[in-house]
Write a protein of this length. Structure first.
Length: 406
């Protein structure tokens, strides 16, 4: 995954080369799904409203932007073409319908009811192109009393029960720092889309794929919920801030002499050997890690500041206890494993210049994914798509632009 150039070998076109995806989504779950399809070779056309574009073009992190492009947008929109069109106008919808006729996938994450109001609901688009795979991403599903509620990562984390599995008994519910619900929902959408495309190969018929954030994060808690549903027990947070209410101590983060480490699931007696604590060495039953979890945490916590992170990693490695250093982003991006695996890529952006992004987490031996183009400028490819895909001439394009349709 070296620096990206305009010349991409045919073998690197990706397994989805030839598929066309219309990405009418915004924020994170939908765009990351579409970006992964684009990484794998699909022609992804990002459908955006004229003027301001999709939400993350103007709403980023800490006002962080490069040449007017938010880093939030840049991180999830490479390998796409931007097509601006006003879907609230009859003329704009007709342009989209023209694109639907030659497309394989339509992706949206509007609030429930918005797609129908815009005339881009499944029934309307399937009537235009019966082979179309239509994917809808919502926060809580398209039916039920919460269907109309807006879905956002933190809101769904709270709703899902997952925040009660982290932290101590006297601390507030603990959200995750990752936008994990959004990202995992985007990946579920990609799985659903690929499944529907495979079915189309034999049936010739498209279908609707619907995924939602709530069911996704519930699926991620399949072990915890199976435990609760079948034994009627609830996670009971310990007094100390362990990393999961149902995982045996010493599962959590601990301050060392020069940083932080995490200890994962481990036999307590082996932890005791590493920190030279005879009380922990005597805890040889697996159940001791739950029964005595607060005491274990406190003993380990007291011992950690005596040595450096590197020294503790060596000590825990010696007794086969799972251990790791807590990195910040600077440490992560310079780590020898990250560098060796080329997990950071560089692409040339038309206004920013060299732009560093995360790489592609999928490896294929014969049809590899690739970073071919940078995130698009707003409307950068509108004329290209009108000419090359829809066969509009200069006069027609000038008219659309004059009327504010594009």
């Amino acid at each position: 995954m070296s620096a990206v150039t305009d010349e991409i070998p045919a073998a690197a076109a990706g397994p989805l080369a030839g598929l066309r995806v219309l990405d009418a989504s915004q924020m994170l779950a939908g765009p990351i799904c579409a970006m992964r399809l684009a990484d794998l070779g699909a022609d992804v056309i990002k459908v955006e409203p004229p003027g301001h574009g999709e939400w993350t073009r103007s709403h980023g992190f800490a006002n962080a932007a490069l040449e007017g492009e938010t880093t939030a947008f840049l991180g999830i929109n490479r390998n796409k073409r931007s097509f601006t069109v006003d879907l609230k106008s009859d003329e704009g919808r007709e342009l989209l319908y023209e694109l639907v006729r030659t497309s394989d996938v339509f992706l949206q994450n509007y609030r429930v009811g918005t797609a129908a109001r815009l005339g881009v609901d499944y029934e309307t688009l399937a009537a235009i192109n019966p082979r179309l795979v239509y994917c809808s991403i919502t926060g809580f599903g398209e039916t039920g009393p919460a269907a109309a509620r807006p879905g956002q990562d933190l809101v769904v984390q709270a709703y899902s029960g997952s925040m009660w599995s982290v932290g101590g008994a006297d601390t507030a519910p603990q959200p995750g720092a990752l936008w994990a619900v959004d990202v995992m929902t985007g990946y579920q959408a990609a799985i659903g889309i690929m499944s529907a495309l495979w079915h189309r190969e034999s049936s010739g018929q498209g279908q609707k794929v619907a995924v939602d954030m709530l069911s996704t994060v519930m699926d991620c808690q399949c072990q915890e919920l199976a435990t609760h549903l079948n034994l009627q027990i609830l996670p009971e947070r310990s007094a100390e801030p362990l990393a999961h209410a149902w995982v045996n101590a010493p599962y959590g983060a601990y301050p060392t002499k020069d940083g932080w480490i995490v200890l994962a699931m481990a036999p307590v007696d082996k932890v005791g050997i590493a920190i030279e604590d005879p009380v922990l060495q005597a805890m040889t039953s697996w159940d001791d890690g739950h029964t005595h979890r607060d005491e274990i945490y406190r003993r380990v916590h007291r011992a950690m500041p005596a040595r450096t992170t590197a020294e503790w990693i060596e000590a825990f490695d010696a007794v086969n206890v799972w251990v790791g250093e807590v990195y910040d982003y600077e440490r992560l991006c310079t780590d020898e494993q990250v560098v060796a695996r080329e997990l950071i890529v560089t692409v040339d952006h038309p206004t920013i210049g060299p732009l560093r992004l995360t790489g592609i987490p999928i490896e294929l031996s014969d049809t590899p994914a690739s970073v071919r183009t940078p995130p698009p400028l707003l409307g950068q490819h509108t004329e290209e798509i009108l000419r090359g895909v829809l066969d509009h001439d200069t006069h027609a394009i000038d008219g659309l632009r004059a009327r504010g349709v594009i």
